[in-house]
Every structure is written in C-alpha cells, then in structure tokens.
Design a protein around this ligand. Structure first.
Ligand code: GLV
Length: 366
C-alpha cells in the first residue's frame, strides 16, 4: 500500500530499465543541489495557529485566471513514454481528473495534438528554443491551436547539465519512441553517442544565444502568457517582469543543470520580494509532501509544480499512479492547512513558518 509519493520511486526503479530510471532520477555532477532541494524543506518549521474552526477548508486557487482544485500542478518532464506506454496522455488525464494544470514538455513522446485529444483540461506548454526559429514558431502555434493556455519558457539550458549516469549509460531515446512534436523533422530522434545522447542533441539543436530579447520575440509570435522558468535571483526577476513575463517559475530544473545552486525553496523569497506582487511566482523542485507545498506558499509562491513523483508514479501504475500522487499531495496539503489553522490558501502567511534565515525570529507583536 502506497502511503506517500516518495514510495513510487523504489517501484519505478525496479520496473524501469536502468538507463531510463537513471535519466529521470539524476541530478547534475555531485548532485548537491538534488539533495538540497529536499533537505532545505526540512529546515523550515511551522508556527501553527490553534483553535481556528477548520471544519471547512478550501484548497482551490487561481493560476493565470484559471481556477484549479489546488495549488499543485504538474511540471514538464521529458519523454514520458519511457515510463509508461501511455506516457503524457495518461498524465494529462490524471491532471484533468484532479482539476489541475499539466505542463507538457517540448521533448514529449506524445504530440501537443495527441495530448489535447485526451479531453478537456488546462494545459501549459514548456518551450525549448531551438536554433531553427521556424520550427519554434510552428510549434508554439500548434500548442496555441491545441488549446494550451501558457508557454513555460525554459531559460536555464543553453547547454545540458552534466548528468554522469546518462554519460555512463550513453543515454538515448529507446528505438520505438520519438520526440513526437518534432516527428518528420530532423529533430525527432536522439543519436546514440559516446556521451549522453540528450546532451549532444541539446548541443546541436538548442539555441545557445537565447537572451532577454527573445522573450520579447516570443511575445511577437504568440499571445499566450509566458512564464519564465528557471529564475533563481532577484536581478533576473526584475528583468523578467520588465520583459513582459506573465509569471516566474523558480526552478533549478530539478537540480539537473548547474550544481551548487540553492534549493528552490531557499531562493524563493528573494524572487517573491523582487516580483513585488506584479506577477505570480511559482516553484518546482523537491516537492514531495503537502507540508512542502504549504511552506512554498507561506514563502510567497502562488503554486507549485511536481516533476519526478509524476514520472515515477506513471512508471509504477500509469494514469492511476499519477492520480494517486495528486490525491496524496492534495490530502496532505489539506491536513497541513487544518493543523496550521488555515481555511483557504489566502490565509497561509509568512507567519506560519520560520526559516533558518529569520531565526532568531521575534514573535509578531500582538
Ligand atoms: C529535460 O528537460 C531534462 O532536463 O532532461
């Protein structure tokens, strides 16, 4: 019996080929940030309020104008058919059943149209900007036509981070799968190389010259709101807001890019302060518990995205696994709200947590 979302990882490890499991599980280099993404949550403690009537708790929230069942959404993770034959379509159905948002990766093994055809649901599209801007323009337009509601522009990957397991395994996409959004173009397959096949792909195809001007360019080819995904500093937050971002995702790419960047939960507050309430700030990285979701919201996030728990539960049990992950996190988050005395997400405040950077903290004046 599964009682928490972390348990899916061991099941996935048993079921999946080593190359696939390692690809999903790995972080960059020493994997310090990978561990820190989790550890940093454990250093944030609660200041629960008691004797609040919590007989009714409302977990709903609004993201870019869309009402969702809870502030827990699905992050983009690549090549989900390696985890399960139904891949991204199963994830899309699970998200929609849970009443929340799924973000589809550019490097998905199901196309934007296939995912859209699974039925109604609010979906975002994660974008890697390739050197060939015609391909990017066409893809963004396809996502828009397929009903995707926002673009999450990944900005932390001019080169792929060094994931040593992928290098050792000579990671490549299994022969029966393609990067479906690029099928028919020269861009659908990863070549087998002496290195990580994905690192070589990125080196060949993605545009290393990507810069802030391109955030403006993107706004000329789409009217969809753009979330800048991969921000970790106040400086970049200010530029992103000026460049017209509709929101910021504090992300270190699941600790798969630059090692020794702080945990996202550690960087969050700096970004929230710099955003000055002008755009919503979201977070991904290391969320495994409802308490983690609460901590992110207490530090100013408008919502969180989960990545690895989705692919591991998908590997373990397909759509039912992803549904279960969303249900467990929903229930744990509701319980955390009850035990901290919060009846709605708006009631979650900075005073409900204490971090190591505000210790010793003086109790608020009554
Ligand atoms: C895909 O985005 C990856 O980081 O492997």
């Amino acid at each position: 019996m599964i009682t928490n979302v972390t348990e899916y990882e061991a099941i996935a490890k048993e079921k999946l080929p080593k190359m696939v499991y390692d690809y999903y599980a790995s972080g960059a280099e020493d994997q310090w940030t990978l561990k820190e993404n989790r550890n940093a949550f454990s250093r944030i403690l609660f200041r629960p309020r008691i004797l609040v009537d919590v007989s009714k708790i409302d977990l709903t929230t609004t993201v870019l104008g869309f009402k969702i069942s809870m502030p827990i959404m699905i992050a983009p993770t690549a090549m989900q058919k390696m985890a399960h034959p139904e891949g991204e379509s199963a994830t899309a159905r699970a998200a929609s059943a849970a009443g929340t948002i799924m973000t589809l990766s550019s490097w998905s093994t199901s196309s934007v149209e296939e995912v859209a055809s699974t039925g109604p649901g609010i979906r975002f599209f994660q974008l890697y900007v390739l050197k060939d801007r015609n391909v990017v323009t066409q893809l963004v337009k396809r996502a828009e036509r397929a009903g995707f509601k926002a673009i999450a522009l990944t900005v932390d990957t001019p080169m792929l981070g060094r994931r040593e397991a992928d290098i050792k395994n000579r990671f490549t996409l299994p022969p029966n799968l393609v990067l479906k959004n690029f099928e028919g173009l020269d861009l659908g397959k990863l070549e087998r190389t002496d290195d990580s096949g994905l690192a070589s792909y990125v080196a060949r195809q993605t545009d290393r010259s990507l810069n802030w001007k391109d955030v403006k360019w993107l706004q000329t080819i789409t009217s969809l709101p753009i979330l800048v995904k991969g921000v970790l500093t106040a400086e970049d937050t200010k530029i992103a807001v000026q460049a017209g971002a509709a929101g910021i995702i504090v992300s270190n790419h699941g600790a798969r890019q630059l090692d020794y960047v702080p945990a996202t939960i550690t960087a969050l507050e700096e970004v929230v302060k710099a955003a000055q309430g002008r755009v919503p700030v979201f977070l991904d990285g290391g969320i495994r518990r409802g308490t983690d979701v609460f901590k992110a919201l207490a530090l100013g996030a408008s919502g969180v995205f989960i990545g690895r728990p989705v692919v591991f539960s998908l590997a373990a049990d397909g759509e039912a696994g992803v549904r279960k992950v969303l249900e467990i996190l929903h229930d744990e988050f509701e319980l955390t709200m009850a035990l901290t005395g919060c009846r709605s997400v708006n009631e979650i405040s900075r005073d409900h947590v204490v971090t190591e950077w505000d210790r010793p903290r003086i109790a608020p004046r009554l």
